[in-house]
Design a protein around this ligand. Structure first.
Ligand code: APR
Length: 235
């Protein structure tokens, strides 16, 4: 009998305490940047140079960020659980904290992929983080940010649903639950599986759901409280 499966769905809020902007909070990214110009398929078609530059800036900002105690608390929980991270975030802070099972629903900032072959993906090295529409991969293909833009499908959603369906505990941290299909994962939990939602300003949608324990706190405080709850239950 393996360890119980703990599945966490994380959003921008888990990286907020690492200094990375969220999107929809006061002062969030989308307050200052027109989302459909820099993070949509139409925007990329219209002005690829602007989109490459937007992600170049976010890569440089990510280099200055470190995983925070919330990312690390998840790694700590691997002592007691098989932990699966499903994240909407494109940063690599979960991996840098030591999480091993990380599924990125919206892509990865530190990777680029072929414009013509979505399966062909390359990792960027920190010496060459900046890309342009003329950037070519080692295979000669023109490359683009390895990001799921708005108006594009989310290739990993089926895998994510399967993981959530097998969860024994489901945790949602730091997401406004407004972007689908990621926001719909909370509906894929088997009946009776406990759900914990950690967010200082929890989305109303979750407050209406039965079976959800709201932990109204930041990710770092909330993860500590969650560990106490889970370890208390196990004692
Ligand atoms: N700890 C935990 N949660 C926090 C913190 C914190 N310190 N600070 C803010 N939050 C919460 C906010 O209350 C909010 O509920 O994080 C959430 C951030 O919501 P969004 O900015 O909408 O981010 P997210 O839900 O991840 O956005 C989903 O939208 O633009 C797209 O692709 C982008 O993946 C992103 C998706």
């Amino acid at each position: 009998m393996g360890k119980p499966k703990l599945v966490i769905s994380s959003g921008a809020g888990i990286s907020a305490e690492s200094g990375i902007s969220t999107f929809r909070d006061a002062g969030g990214l989308w307050e200052n940047v027109p989302v459909m110009e820099v993070a949509s398929a139409d925007g990329f078609r219209r002005n690829p140079e602007k989109v490459h530059q937007f992600y170049n800036e976010r890569r440089h900002a990510l280099l200055k960020a470190e995983p925070n105690a919330a990312h690390k608390a998840l790694v700590d929980l691997e002592k007691d659980y098989d932990v699966y991270v499903i994240t909407q975030n494109v940063d690599d802070l979960h991996e840098r904290a030591g999480s091993r099972n990380v599924l990125h629903l919206h892509g990865e900032l530190m990777k680029i992929r072929s414009v013509s072959d979505p399966e062909y993906v390359e990792s960027l090295d920190i010496e060459h983080l900046d890309t342009t529409p003329a950037t070519r991969g080692k295979n000669g293909d023109l490359m683009r940010p390895h990001i799921v833009f708005f108006q594009e499908p989310v290739p990993e959603i089926e895998r994510a649903i399967e993981i959530v369906h097998n969860a024994d505990i489901f945790v949602v941290v730091g997401t406004s639950l407004v972007v689908y299909p990621a926001a719909g994962l909370i509906e894929c939990v088997r009946p009776g599986v406990p759900i914990y939602y950690i967010d200082p300003h929890p989305a109303k949608a979750a407050e209406m759901m039965s079976g959800v324990t709201i932990i109204k706190a930041t990710a770092t405080e909330g993860m500590e409280r969650l560990k106490e709850i889970l370890r208390g239950n196990k004692a």
